[in-house]
Design a protein around this ligand. Sequence first.
Ligand code: FE2
Ligand code: FE2
Length: 252
Amino acid sequence: MKILVIGDIYGKKGLDALKKFLPEIKRDTNYHLLIVNGENLADGLGIREADYKELMNLGVHAVTLGNHSFSKQELFTFINDANIVRPANYPEKTPGKSVLMINFNDKKIAVINIMGQIFMHDPLSDPFTTLDQLLETVEADEIIVDVHAEATSEKLAIAHYLDGRVTAVLGTHTHVQTNDAMTLPKGTLYITDLGMTGSKYGILGADKDLVMERFLTKMPVRLRPHKGKELQLNGVLLDLVQKRINIIHKSD
Ligand SMILES: [Fe+2]
Ligand SMILES: [Fe+2]
């Protein structure tokens, strides 16, 4: 079984990048399942129902989120019935699922999303204990964990903590793909960050001029998605038979 996992899809350009690059990735890799991080679909902040439906039309099986999970309030109206998993370390009463189960042939695949605490501003539960508690309840053949975190050390620590207990630990949130895809000593597949999908010459997906204005003036400039036509797509291909993780990077 091959699973394609794609990092933070940013705005309409992110959807354009999926439409442009997915057919050739499908042809080259013949992946069976598609998991994407969708926290930035709504112009960078959250996900709307229309964005979610576009993902379903593109053949996505599971959508993970992050610190921008609930930036669009309309998510509350459809999250419980959607193929969406929100960070497990939100309080129990937060809408949405902590684990999303996918059935593929005779296999059960669990998708989990967890947020880091270092340099993140949401007061969520400790990811290590949350994962311990959650994994006790999960019955699956394969477990894929999206670690949405800023600090590389925290992502590596979570990955080594889960090594041998889950199939893959894949980082998201920093929007820049790291060059450290590897198999950990006890067999878990890992990368520190999948990278983002959307505009190539924006700054992490946002309009580069607005981001520079923020840095140059130190004023709270409101960001918008970058509009340039050049696109990029970043992620990994997990081959669960060969037990390999391979970088996927496409760009104009
Ligand atoms: Fe993001
Ligand atoms: Fe994020």
